[in-house]
Every structure is written in C-alpha cells, then in structure tokens.
Write a protein that binds this ligand. Structure first.
Ligand code: SF4
Ligand code: SF4
Length: 325
C-alpha cells in the first residue's frame, strides 16, 4: 500500500543516530504533542494502520509503558501484531514510540530483546526521507497540516501529510508552492493581518481545508504508484491545478499509455534471457512504479529506457499542447 516499506539500508543512511543528524527524525517527532509510530513493529502487516482498533491500541501502549520493567526482566520475541517495547513516552500519553531505544537508556540499545534490532534500527520510511529533503518553509507548511492531530491520527497513513509525501519530493514541492500562492491570494483578498494572533487557529484550519479541497484528488482519484511520473511531468509544465481541472482526460491518457506499455513487443520480450528489474533501469523511480504497478511489467530488457520514454512522449506531448483550461 504505502511506500513506507521501501526502507533504506545502513549503506544509505547509517544508523538512527545518523538519521537524527541528517534531520530525518523530525517527521517521526514533529513536536511535543505527537509522534509517529507507524513503522513499529517493522515486521507488521503493511496494511495495518494505527487507527485500526484505536482504543485497544491506546490501552496496549499504556500497559506497555507500565509493564516495561516486567517485560525487560522476562523479554520475548515480538510478533508482527505488536511489540511490547512500543508505548507512550510521557505520562500525558501524547507521544508514542520505542521504550527500548538507546536515547531512553543512556545509549544502551535494548531493541535486541525483541529479536528485531537490525530491522528496528534501519526502518526509515520513504515519507520521512522525502520530508527531510524539503526546505524549512516547506516542512513548516507540511506540519501545519497536522497541527491538531494526536499521535494516532498523525501516524495513520490516512493523514493527508503522509499521503502527500508519498508523491515524492519534486511533486510535493510544486504542491506546496501552489498552496502557498493560493493562501497568499486568499489572504490578500480578505485583507488579513497576519500578526493577529486570534486568527491563527482559523487560518490554519482554512489552510488544511483549502489544501484538502485542492489536492485530495491525488489520493482519492489517483495513486502515486501509477500516477507519480506522469502527474509530475504534467505539473512541472502546467501546475497541479491543471491536472485537477483535466482529471478525466488525464486518466484516459494514463490508461492509454499503460495499454501501450503492455502491448510493446520490445518491452514485453520475456524470452530474452537477460532481463533486469524495472527499478534498475536508468529511469526515475516513479516511472519504474508505473511499469510495475500499471503495466505489470516487473522485469525488462536492460536497454529499454529509450523505448519507454519515446512511447510515453508520443502521447504526453500532444496532451500538454492541446489541453488547456
Ligand atoms: S513510519 Fe516513518 S515517519 Fe513514522 S516513525 Fe517510522 S520512519 Fe518515522
Ligand atoms: S523494539 Fe522499539 S523500534 Fe522495534 S518494534 Fe519495538 S517499539 Fe518499534
């Protein structure tokens, strides 16, 4: 479902400490009011969500905090369902996270007691990596979308921010720029004074509402795995608003391209002895996803990049030139 399981390896990032140094941890711990615990345990069902059976989960996080010493005295291997090391991190039950993390034990890493220390230490979701590459202003915009969420809603992959970040850095940047411009235009029209403190809450609510009204279609009508590449190509030239206003035409274009990819004899040469995985081709990750999840083509001849790009341009270029709104 989510890109969260496209985790990095130690070669890419190093340890969790390196992640903190690289400012990768701020999506995990955005402020004192909440935290994300979506990736615990790292062997979990990827379809499970922190908002499933939320009352039961809340009780479990409370009991894991209370029972920590007993569990440390008699540790056991975790299952994919739950981890006894995952609990509330504070008495107010605001933040949830790993009670065995070295930062809570004077540098001693107790996560090995669950049997999955390596996976725990190296799981870093794609969303956190994308977030870390954004500028401070862009990150501030992102976190403003989650201002009043608790840890359960924040961790959920139904959180609009997590859904936005799944679209990768370039697309996220375009959307944030457009959103900020829209906000500015609305503010100018209303002649708002930004320094008025009493308006901050309502302004942030309206930021979220405006954002959802403009961009919810990205996850309600589209799928970043199928649409990430084409949507970015279109948005780079015409803006994401163009995509929204021409959605039906765009979906037809995407489906036509998928049919062409499936029919192309060069790409579907399965008798070729040497095929390589789509993500190993010299093409963007988002395009390899279109091949895999759209055209169901997971392995291809090693030099098929040119064929793929030409096939897409034949349909995409006229679409960009002919349509306008
Ligand atoms: S799922 Fe991502 S954002 Fe959430 S805690 Fe794990 S790495 Fe951080
Ligand atoms: S040991 Fe910590 S990091 Fe690992 S699954 Fe449990 S709570 Fe998460």
């Amino acid at each position: 479902m989510s890109s969260v399981w496209e985790t990095t390896t130690t070669q890419d990032i190093g340890t969790f400490y390196d992640a903190i140094m690289l400012n990768l941890a701020s999506l995990c711990f955005p402020d004192q009011e909440k935290s994300c615990f979506y990736c615990c345990p790292p062997i979990r069902d990827p379809e499970a969500d922190p908002l499933d059976a939320v009352d039961e989960k809340r009780r479990l996080l409370r009991s894991n905090r209370q029972e920590l010493q007993n569990n440390l005295d008699d540790p056991h291997e975790i299952s994919g369902e739950e981890c006894w090391g995952l609990g509330f991190l504070d008495d107010q039950e605001k933040q949830a996270g790993c009670l065995l993390h070295p930062l809570r034990h004077q540098g001693r890493d107790l996560r090995h007691l669950t049997g999955y220390q390596f996976k725990c230490a190296n799981a870093l979701c794609r969303e956190a990596q994308v977030f870390a590459k954004l500028s401070e202003i862009e990150q501030t915009f992102c976190l403003a979308l989650c201002r009043n969420m608790d840890s359960f809603h924040y961790s959920s992959r139904s959180n609009p921010l997590m859904r936005l970040l799944a679209w990768e850095q370039e697309m996220v940047r375009i959307i944030i720029r457009e959103s900020l411009e829209n906000e500015l235009n609305i503010s100018l029209k209303k002649n708002e004074k930004k320094s008025q403190k009493t308006d901050i809450d309502s302004r942030q609510n309206s930021t979220l509402n405006n954002f959802l009204a403009s961009y919810e279609f990205l996850w309600q009508k589209l799928d970043f795995r199928l649409d990430g590449y084409l949507a970015l190509r279109i948005s780079e030239q015409k803006g994401c608003n163009f995509l929204r206003h021409n959605l039906a035409n765009y979906i037809q274009l995407r489906d036509d391209i998928i049919v062409d990819l499936k029919k192309n004899s060069t790409l579907q040469r399965t008798s070729t002895i040497h095929l390589i995985p789509a993500h190993k081709l010299k093409i963007p990750l988002s395009l390899s996803r279109l091949l895999k999840f759209g055209a169901n083509t997971w392995e291809l001849p090693p030099t098929s990049e040119k064929e793929i790009l030409q096939l897409i341009e034949v349909k995409l270029t006229p679409f960009l030139h002919l349509l306008d709104y």
